[in-house]
Design a protein around this ligand. Structure first.
Ligand SMILES: NC(=O)c1ccc[n+]([C@@H]2O[C@H](COP(=O)([O-])OP(=O)(O)OC[C@H]3O[C@@H](n4cnc5c(N)ncnc54)[C@H](OP(=O)(O)O)[C@@H]3O)[C@@H](O)[C@H]2O)c1
Length: 284
């Protein structure tokens, strides 16, 4: 099926038939990860315009393949989709010039942490189709998870948003924007908790007498390998944990400490409460 004017094919993760104009605003870490994913899914570079004051050599090189880098904004009028991937602090400054290119049929997707749909509407001075999305860092290797909340997006626009966001990993949708604070606390900030686990496991390994390089290698590979096992297995995390815990064994001895009252569960709950509250506060 050829794409309609909204630029979408269907939600089958194939962007080869996208026939509109896609504008990426901000090609830093996350914007570049998305762009790379879109091109991998077959999006033609000549369908893409990138607005970015300091393009990386990789992004600049794409201009030779037809990508339009920092074009005059009026040439992008009525873009099918605009993806906002600038830092939340620069949002207002980045959005103001976009009023010239966001038309009645344009879908705007924002991946900015803490910037609400209301903020986007007010900055754009219009109430069009919007998707607020929260990706996470593993997007850089195509293994992220993004949670998205739509407003006024047609079915085709939602499918297009899903295909674009799925370029960096899994996508989940929610209807209630209020959930985005908890989402930010869990999957947005979550990679840092897992990296911390690798850090403290390595530190505990050194305290147990292992040489630091070996301690770091064991911690890194254990966290990464277990994450991969969890990713590939259909089993719940709790079942995988039980499967490696023999009664009265070494794992059981450690889990008795970690799962004690006030143990890891209690700490994690407090951490998520703190992050959720901070997300709410930052969103204003
Ligand atoms: N990284 C993550 O893991 C992650 C996770 C979830 C959500 N996010 C969200 O993703 C967004 C981008 O994060 P990031 O880590 O990719 O940040 P980043 O690497 O700093 O990328 C932002 C890019 O936007 C450019 N920029 C600044 N002002 C601009 C303007 N007016 N118009 C166009 N481009 C402009 C910046 O250029 P300069 O460097 O020259 O200023 C930079 O290259 C943020 O809103 C963040 O909340 C990121």
């Amino acid at each position: 099926m050829r794409a309609a004017n909204d630029g979408s094919k269907t939600g089958d993760r194939d962007l080869r038939d996208f026939s509109g104009t896609l504008v990426l605003v901000g090609a830093g870490k996350m914007g570049s990860a998305l762009l790379e994913g879109w091109l991998r899914l077959g999006l033609a570079p000549n369908r893409v315009a990138v607005i970015e004051p300091s393009p990386s050599p990789d992004v600049a090189a794409l201009a030779k393949r037809g990508l339009s880098l920092n074009p005059d904004l009026p040439t992008l009028r009525d873009a099918a989709v605009v993806v906002l991937a600038v830092k939340p602090q620069t949002a207002a400054e980045a959005i103001a010039p976009l009023r010239a290119i966001v038309g009645g049929e344009t879908l705007l997707i924002s991946i900015m942490a803490g910037r609400t749909l209301r903020f986007l509407e007010s900055a754009l001075e219009r109430e069009g189709a919007l998707v607020r999305a929260m990706p996470n860092t593993p997007a850089a290797i195509g293994r992220g998870i993004t949670v998205a909340v739509p407003v006024r997006a047609s079915g085709a626009q939602r499918q297009l948003a899903e295909s674009l966001l799925a370029a960096t990993g899994a996508v989940e949708w929610v209807d209630d924007e209020a959930l985005m604070d908890a989402v930010t606390a869990v999957s947005g900030s979550g990679p840092a908790y897992v990296f911390l686990l690798a850090e403290v496991l390595a530190q505990a390994a050194v305290a147990a007498g292992l040489p630091a390089p070996l301690a770091q290698k064991l911690a890194r590979e254990t966290v990464a390998g277990s994450g991969e096992l969890l990713h590939r297995s259909p089993l719940d995390a709790a079942v995988l944990r039980e499967n490696v815990t023999s009664p009265g064994g070494t794992t059981a001895a450690a889990l008795e400490v970690l799962m004690a009252p006030n143990g890891l569960k209690n700490l994690m709950e407090k951490a998520i409460v703190a992050a959720t509250a901070r997300s709410r506060q930052l969103a204003g």
